[in-house]
Design a protein around this ligand. Structure first.
Ligand code: F6P
Length: 362
């Protein structure tokens, strides 16, 4: 049966999105003879006048190694709470009915939404409103349930690990405590795994509120034993036992999306004040999200894209593709959202870190 399918990428970008787009287009055209259209800038492209383009084989040629997304994305265009300018100022309004109407007008049979928790919640709602949806999980944060890992995550861990390797040499030369703030929102996966791979001395994650005295004691112990420098990896969502998360903008100030950042500076200042050691802070920021995906993310994105097309071929909607062990499977979209995949403070990875003498803030 000839079909038209649509695809969009929503939320923050991450390496591997183009691998999914390419795999969807190639398998839809080559295996099924379907037409594929790409919605621009996430769900934003279905609000107001729809913005979309044809995705032909030519349109996806050469994009596999490219970071970002050729379709554009937005983490501000949530149709369930869309910022609409009124006389009373900006009012967050549910425009999902408009999205459904715009989608129907395109004549597409199904929509593949590639995104994180926010995008998949929107996909679940649209599915409930009768739009045939398939979800593909992405995020560098690796905080989505129902999949062992999201694509983009391994690239971010690689970037942070390389940064830690580089920071080691300069920290050692200057006998400094180098504090490295990394992304991840309310999950500490990037901090923990890159900290392990990059031989960090202290790893602070949101799942374990940290005790500053324990952090300082571990740096001091290292100094006593002859290591006059330390590498401290801090997840942006980490916070001290006595205190809360450090935010740059609250959800209320930032159209419903909390923007984290600043905990690295706090930790660096506290260590510098409490210990007689020079400190520096490095905020890796969006470098972690940019650039070419590592092979793992290219392959996972490709497998997810092909499986998403298979779900549409079987008219199995409301499903999200996922990795379980070594197999690509699919689950209900609703099973993947609402609760996050976070580190177990008593789990094997944390115990491994502690077995090596890494301080995790307790
Ligand atoms: O969810 C991915 C992520 O990179 C988080 O790790 C980070 O907190 C956030 O997005 C940053 O978002 P923005 O691109 O809006 O600054």
């Amino acid at each position: 049966m000839s079909r038209t399918i649509a695809i969009l990428t929503g939320g923050g970008d991450c390496p591997g999105l183009n691998a999914v787009i390419r795999a969807v287009v190639r398998s839809a055209i080559l295996q099924h003879g379907w037409r594929v259209i790409g919605i621009e800038d996430g769900f934003d492209g279905l609000v107001g006048t729809p913005r979309w383009r044809e995705l032909t084989l030519d349109a996806v040629r050469g994009i596999l190694p490219r970071g970002g997304t050729i379709l554009g994305t937005s983490n501000r265009g949530n149709p369930l709470a869309y910022p609409v300018k009124t006389e009373k100022g900006v009012v967050l309004t549910d425009v999902s009915a408009q999205v459904v109407a715009n989608f129907r007008a395109l004549g597409a049979d199904a929509l593949i939404a590639v995104g994180g928790d926010g995008t998949l919640k929107i996909a679940r709602r649209l599915q409930d409103l009768g739009m045939p949806m398939v979800g593909v999980p992405k995020t560098i944060d690796n905080d989505l349930r129902s999949t062992d890992v999201t694509f983009g995550y391994h690239t971010a861990v690689e970037v942070v690990t390389e940064a830690l390797d580089r920071l080691h040499t300069t920290a050692e030369s200057h006998h400094r405590a180098m504090v490295v703030e990394v992304m991840g929102r309310d999950a500490g996966w990037i901090a923990l795994e890159s900290g392990l791979a990059g031989s960090a001395d202290v790893i602070l994650v949101p799942e374990i509120p940290f005790d500053l005295a324990a952090v300082c004691a571990s740096i001091e112990n290292r100094r006593q034993s002859g290591s006059r420098f330390s590498i401290i990896v801090v997840a942006e969502g980490a916070y001290p036992l006595a205190g809360g998360k450090v935010v740059q903008a609250t959800a209320a100030e930032n159209l419903g999306v909390e923007r984290l950042g600043g905990i690295g500076t706090f930790v660096s200042r506290e260590i510098g004040t409490k210990l007689d050691i020079e400190t520096r802070v490095v905020v890796l920021g969006h470098v972690q999200r940019g650039g070419s995906p590592v092979p793992f993310d290219r392959i996972l994105g490709t497998r997810f894209g092909v499986h998403a097309v298979e779900l549409i071929a079987q008219t199995r909607y409301g499903r999200m593709v996922a990795l379980r062990g070594r197999a690509v499977v699919d689950v209900e979209i609703s099973a993947a959202v609402d609760a996050l995949n976070r580190i177990d403070p008593g789990g094997e990875l944390i115990r491994t870190a502690e077995a090596l003498g890494i301080c995790v803030g307790r």
